[in-house]
Design a protein around this ligand. Structure first.
Ligand code: SF4
Length: 370
């Protein structure tokens, strides 16, 4: 929660006009902390958001934004939300209690939106939901229709269909379920980006159990190996929580060991912080802030070494990038905002270019346009 409040504060100091929407909007903490926000709404309240936008901004005159509503991303990439809610009950999370059980959007509707975006010039679709691999579970993988073609409401079928649009397709928030293995060959064939964002959160069996997370570290390592065998180019990203209540030094070291073995390409790390209403708040053994910060530092230091080595291995290779702005692009290994970038001279936002890599640091690559 603090992270979101900080982000709101940052946005206010950047441009002074901020509308807050989402889970946090149902609490009055936003207004209390930042009384100058223009409006606060709960999740899914598109109408209230649009009302606030029209109240505070003149009607946009850009024919593109006029047609499809307010765009929150640059014109060349877009988030594609395929479902809402979640059937898991991770003890540190309150999303299911706020947004309810998983509700998958009909596959025809998702594909229609994806096609519209591709036609409007979007070059990269970022598939998101709370659990992308669970897509269709709630409707028992019901058969839907994509332009009259019967298609199951399922992650594999959705990826196949998205892979036909001729744009980059990047998958976020994927649980390592066995059926994810079926999607990896599509990555090897170049139909969807060889990139998987799988939030593992921890590796110690006891902590995972306390988190009410289904995965086990040994199985995960096996699965990663399988994915890399099928698609050697795959980029694997994950996020972890350190300092969960009761996490012992040795359990934290299990996590470090897992990271050393897993050699993930991209890693995000959060210090555990209690969220009002989360079951984990009742757990004994809360850790001191200094301990959490120190564990985060150690984890990131270890991962920095792994990331540097992995990026160094790309020197001398030519990588395709989607240019975000002059001099900055992203390869298949880089999701916007959360991963690194590729830097070079020149280029125009929204175009695909090839870059010969001649330098790397712990996060980014540097090279020359070809
Ligand atoms: S952390 Fe993700 S998977 Fe777990 S309950 Fe929350 S939304 Fe669902």
């Amino acid at each position: 929660m603090q992270e979101s409040l900080d982000a709101i504060g940052e946005a206010l100091s950047e441009n002074g006009k901020v509308i807050v929407t989402g889970c946090l909007g149902v609490k009055d903490v936003v207004r209390k902390t930042h009384p100058s926000v223009l409006a606060v709404t709960g999740p899914h309240d598109t109408l209230a958001v649009m009302k606030a936008v029209h109240e505070h901004l003149p009607k946009p005159r850009d024919p593109y934004t006029d047609l499809i509503g307010v765009k929150l991303t640059p014109p060349h990439y877009a988030y594609l939300k395929i479902a809402e809610g979640c059937n898991h009950r991770c003890s540190f999370c309150i999303i299911p209690s706020m947004r309810g059980e998983l509700v998958s959007r009909p596959i025809g509707e998702v594909m229609q939106e994806a096609e519209n975006l591709a036609k409007a010039g979007v070059r990269e679709l970022l598939v998101i939901s709370q659990d992308t691999s669970a897509y269709g579970v709630d409707v028992k993988y019901r058969t839907g229709f994509i332009q009259g073609r019967p298609t199951k409401t399922r992650m594999l079928e959705l990826c196949r269909a998205l892979g036909e649009l001729g744009v980059w397709v990047r998958l976020h928030y994927v649980y390592p379920y066995p059926h994810v293995d079926e999607v990896v060959p599509l990555m090897a064939e170049g139909r969807v980006l060889p990139y998987l964002d799988v939030p593992f959160q921890h590796a110690s069996p006891r902590i995972l159990k306390l988190m009410r997370r289904p995965a086990s570290a040994a199985k995960v390592l096996q699965r990663l190996q399988g994915w890399r065998k099928t698609c050697p180019e795959i980029t694997l990203r994950s996020t972890f929580i350190v300092g969960f209540p009761g996490e012992t030094e040795s359990e934290f070291e299990d996590l470090l060991e897992f990271l050393e073995e897993a050699r993930l390409d991209r890693v995000g790390c959060f210090e555990y912080s209690p969220v009002e209403g989360a079951a984990a708040n009742e757990l004994p053994g809360a850790l001191a802030d200094e301990v959490k910060a120190e564990r985060k530092r150690r984890l990131m230091l270890l991962q920095q070494g792994i990331s540097s080595e992995k990026l160094k291995a790309k020197i001398g290779r030519t990588v395709r990038v989607l240019v975000d702005a002059r001099g900055v692009g992203r390869s298949s290994a880089d999701a916007p905002e959360i991963d690194g970038v590729v830097r070079f001279m020149g280029g125009k936002a929204g175009e695909f270019r090839d870059v010969l890599i001649d330098r790397a640091d712990a996060h980014d690559l540097f090279g020359r346009l070809q």
